[in-house]
Each structure stands twice: as C-alpha cells, then as structure tokens.
Design a protein around this ligand. Sequence first.
Ligand code: AHM
Ligand code: MG
Length: 338
Amino acid sequence: MDVNRSVLTLDEFTIQQLRDFPSATGELSSLLRDIGLAAKRINVEVNKAGLIDILGAFGTTNVQGEEVMKLDVFANNQMMGVLKHGISCAGIGSEEMDDIEIFDDPISNNSKYVCLFDPLDGSSNIDVNVSIGTIFSIYRRVSELGKPCTKEDFLQSGNKQVAAGYVIYGSSTMLVYATKRGVNGFTLDQQIGEFCLSHPNIQCPEKGKIYSVNHGNFFQYEQGVKEYITACQKKTKADGGPYTQRYIGSMVSDVHRNLIKGGIFAYPGTTDKPNGKLRLLYECNPFAFIVEKAGGRATNGKQRILDIQPKELHQRTPLFIGSTKMMDELDTYLQTSK
Ligand code: AHM
Ligand code: MG
C-alpha cells in the first residue's frame, strides 16, 4: 500500500515546529499529544452517545455492572487523567470542577505548564446529536518550578497563553490549536487513529456574512447590540450582505464555522445575566487567542478579552468574536449607543 507522506500527523507537525527552537524542551508538544489522546478517547464515547438507550442511560448500571458516567464527567476524567500522567502539566482547572487540581508529585512540580479546559462544551446538545467540543488553554507557570503550582498560575490574563485549542466532535472530528506561530487544524483519520494536518495556517477572513447570536435573548440585550443585530438583518448586497444568521448553541461549532468562513459570534450580557453565560478562562480566552492568531478579534464589548485580568476561576464575560471588519462595525454601534 502506498503511504501518503505529504500528510503530517499532529505529533510530526509539533515536533517539526520544535526543531526551529533548539532550546525547546518538547514539553509543549508532549502536552498537545496528551490532549490529542484524551480527545480520541472522548470521541469514541461521544460517538456512542446515540446508543445510550441500548447500552444504558447515564446514572444507570451497564451490563458490566459499572455505573454509566455522564459524558461531561467522562470527558473531564480523560483530560485530567492524561495531563496528570503526562510530564508537562503541573495542574489543571476545569469548567467541571469547583477548584483547581494541583498534581503535586515530583514530575508535575517540575512541569512548566498548567492547563485550563472545558471538557465537553455544549453538552446539553448531546441528546440531539449536535456537534460538541473540548476547549483548552495552556499557560506557562509563574510559580516557582520544583514546587506545586498555585492559583496564581491559573489567574493569568489571556494574553499570556502559550497555546490554546479545541476539539470538535462533528461530522468529522477535528483538533485545532494555536500558538504564537499560527493556527492549524488536524482531522482525525478514524482508520489509523491519528489527527492529520488538514487545515494548515488557518486565517479568519476579514469579513463574512454570518452572524451568530441567540435571538431569543434579543430584548434583553443592550441598545447597541440590538442595533447591530438589526443592522445585520437589514444588510443588502450593496453593503456586503445579505447576512445569514446561524446559531447552533454549541460554541465550538459556531465559532469554528465562523473562523473558517468569516463571521461574528456574540454572547452578550442580558438584563438577567449582565456578564452573559460564557466563562472567561475555559471558553472565551482560548477562543480569543485562537481567533486573534488567525487574524480576527475578540472583545467583551468594551475591552479586548485577552487583556481582562481574571479575578476568579469561573468568572463569566460577555463575548463578541470574529472577523475584524465585522467587529469594527459592531464597535461603532456599541460606542454610539452608550
Ligand atoms: P455549557 O458550557 O454549559 O455547555 O454552555 C456553553 C454553551 C456554548 O457552547 C453555547 O454557545 C452557549 O452555551 C449557548 O447558550 P444559549 O443556549 O443560552 O444560547
Ligand atoms: Mg462550556
């Protein structure tokens, strides 16, 4: 059988990139490999989700006598497990856990990085077979190497991220990650169980025709947001339209699509929830990093997401993210209606 050597696997790609940095220790590529492994395991379970009626519903006992775990708990355990047993991560923070988990063993205490993640974002969509995802964010520790990591390592602003990425469990499974060198996407070849480079050097188009927002909250949005959405609805060919509204309710899928095709995604604050729904550390910062590295922008309506100094692990923030020209237009509405 011919082997297509023009296709790079995730490991080959990260190792090749490393060669350009003779001082690099390989810890970051090992961490990305660990996340890739967890993603493959989560992928297997996500694909089985439709079979729960046959295999046993969550919380019940399966034929082996084991309790069937909720998928988001399973995903959290997989991410935690690979990072704990790997050699690159000193501790984790997860949307699923109240507090950080400090690994505190001799290898982890000497690891350079900490990782924050949302193990299964959009998990309310599992029952209806809609794409969901894992989101992750990697920081270099600020605490002293050789000792356990501290909360300070996790409460760094997003502009300190070393890498961030997501896995989308969709019609195909993809892992996309960004470093300061750019954004690259890998599609899982299910037959060989490898993520293969399929979307090199992803660039977010400067403008698009897609806007993604929960219209059900429209009357709870601030005036400028309402005016921008109304302007999107009124776009004609003459001013770059018509626009189309696409909102899956699964951030990974919504932002992934807009990243590739061009568009804007918003989860604004509402009168009920002034800070919106999305979490700064697990959802907004990683996507802001990825989209900026691909040439786009991300704000909370007032300031760049990546410049927000986090105060607590689970803090929420309004989010506007996407193609630069669309973000610029949004800004004109947010500023004039203040
Ligand atoms: P989750 O972390 O509980 O899964 O919630 C986050 C998800 C995002 O993926 C999505 O953008 C948003 O919730 C949708 O919320 P809504 O249904 O309020 O529009
Ligand atoms: Mg989430």
